[in-house]
Design a protein around this ligand. Structure first.
Ligand code: PMP
Ligand code: GLU
Length: 398
């Protein structure tokens, strides 16, 4: 038999997707698992968006669309970026794709050559390093510190830049930590980006899930670097539309043209019905839906923080955005259950899942084997039940 692709064989499977699926399968087998794995809002898509999708089907809007997206949607996204993010782009600078994940990959395809280096602050979202490897570039992981809520400083970025650096990938609010970069921190990072002349992929998918009255800031709004920034966002988190698969990138026309040509040969346009639904999301006032979703996430976040403050021997990042709590069960690692030592968060997560039926994603896939990601995109009832199980599980270790 001929061998398979080396590239495909060496790619790590997405740990977030794998654990989400594993918890779901266990539930389907009748096991009462509480799943803290999902990276998706547990709310229905707002009615106005669903209706637009239904109408698109009824009107037979079910054919190929222009490859980069329907003109009305590109226009609506450009207007959203100008108004909400102060990112000045024309509709021709927008490429609509099958989710923000696809947009990140298209952006990498458009700018990377073999051997280029991509700087990624660690911990990171699981898919960034693997996508960078898929375009034959090299992920350069910059270790950040808990003391700085795992945010990369401008000085750390500067130190990591070499002649081969092509880009930086930055994600705020962050998956997995929930940390949010301040406008001042991003301005400092922007100065380094300007002087090094590198590109930045700014993944802003959690832009709207943000707490404590703080404001999201877009790197692409900094005039000096606006031709270097590729802003990525989408409908999955803000409008609870994970299954519809609509994301977009905004960048200077030259980058969009390259990504558009690439998309045109690989997938063609994003789903026509979902594009109409996304158009409804961007052109209607959905503040009421958004506010009620975010305030429910906030209620859960506060509950979790209260609970975690009471658990001895745990460090956690105070989350200001997204719907994750990232924690280090430092006093429990190296303890044992039934003769088995918890050497890493993988062991701990496995133990908590099998013995206490609570599922979380170990930090290994995010670049830190000691930490664990808990997603609170689940009901308050499940959250309470799961936290009790987690506490009990930790207390049983000796
Ligand atoms: N970026 C980050 C940081 C994410 O957590 C995710 C996962 N939802 C995505 C991008 C991709 O989102 P989607 O493809 O659903 O738009
Ligand atoms: N982004 C979500 C997560 O981190 C969904 C899964 C994925 O696409 O990785 O859990």
């Amino acid at each position: 038999m001929k061998s398979l692709s080396r590239k495909a064989l060496t790619i790590e499977p997405s740990q977030t997707l794998a654990l989400f699926a594993r918890a779901k399968n266990m539930k389907a087998e009748g096991i009462d698992v509480v799943s803290f794995t999902a990276g998706e809002p547990d709310f229905p898509t707002p009615a106005i968006i669903k209706d637009a999708g239904i109408k698109a089907i009824q009107e037979n809007f079910t054919k190929y669309t222009p490859n980069p997206g329907i003109p009305e949607l590109r226009k609506a996204i450009a207007e959203k970026l100008k108004k909400e993010n102060q990112v000045a782009v024309e509709p021709s600078q927008i490429l609509v794709s099958n989710g923000a994940k696809h947009s990140v990959f298209n952006a990498l395809q458009a700018i990377c050559n073999k051997g280029d280096e991509a700087i990624i602050p660690a911990p990171f979202w699981v898919s960034y390093p693997e996508m960078v490897k898929l375009v034959d570039a090299k992920p350069v992981l910059v270790k950040t510190t808990f003391a700085n809520q795992f945010k990369m400083t401008a000085a750390q970025l500067k130190k990591a830049i070499t002649k081969k650096t092509k880009l930086l990938i930055i994600n705020s609010p962050s998956n997995p930590t929930g940390a949010v970069y301040t406008p001042e921190e991003l301005a400092e990072i922007g100065k380094v980006v300007a002087s090094a002349g590198i590109y930045v992929i700014a993944d802003e998918i959690y832009e709207k899930v943000i707490f404590d009255g703080i404001r999201h800031f877009s790197l692409g709004s900094i005039k000096e670097i606006r031709d270097q920034v590729i802003t990525v966002n989408g409908c999955s988190k803000a409008y609870s539309m994970t299954g519809w698969r609509i994301g977009f990138m905004a960048a200077k026309r030259e980058i969009i043209k390259a990504a558009e040509d690439y998309q045109g040969q690989v997938t063609s346009n994003a789903n026509s019905i979902a594009q109409r639904a996304a158009l409804a999301a961007f052109t209607n006032n959905l503040d009421a839906d958004l506010n009620s979703m975010v305030s429910e996430f906030d209620r859960r976040r506060r509950y979790l923080l209260g609970q975690f403050r009471e658990i001895e021997g745990i460090d956690f990042v105070y989350p200001r955005g997204a719907f994750y709590l990232f924690f280090h069960a430092k006093s429990y690692l190296n303890k044992a259950f039934d003769g088995k030592r918890m050497k890493s968060s993988d062991d701990l997560c496995e133990y908590l899942l099998l013995e206490h039926q609570v599922a979380m994603v170990p930090g290994t896939g995010f670049g830190d084997r000691n930490w664990i990601r808990l997603s609170y995109a689940c009901s308050m009832e499940d959250l309470q039940k799961g936290v009790e199980r987690l506490k009990k599980g930790l207390a049983r270790l000796g």
